[in-house]
Design a protein around this ligand. Sequence first.
Ligand SMILES: [Zn+2]
Ligand SMILES: [Zn+2]
Length: 149
Amino acid sequence: MEDPMPSAQERAKMLAQEMKRAILEAKTAEARAKRLGDEVLLALAEAKKEAQAVSEIVEYPIGRYECKGCGQGSIFSQLYRELPPCDNCGGRVYLGAEPTITKIIPPPPRKYSAGMYECAGCRTRIVVAEDMDVLPPCDVCAAYKLKPA
Ligand SMILES: [Zn+2]
Ligand SMILES: [Zn+2]
């Protein structure tokens, strides 16, 4: 006399297997999230450096330039950040070359800077990708409780 239904013992074994699998998957996902978090922080640090580096734009206007080395005239028909070398002597110093310098005034600092935040409600870590005055709600529980992590 055989029971076609799996016994409670068998069910328990199957459930235990499934639970083990779920835990392993969760651990893998957690490790991936952590790695992505580290990468995001690196990218944010680079973005900050980029923003600080570009504080002025130097542009040489279109026009006729005279090489200081050999006196050859050159017409530059596009704007240059840096003038190309003289066709004749390879020199890079030109007479009358006055670049226009546009200073970039950085925007006023925001209240919250980009970075890693943690929800005080559900403990989820959230990346805020740019500086802002008002923090967004938590991705998971929707509470407005993000705190710098
Ligand atoms: Zn020259
Ligand atoms: Zn939350």
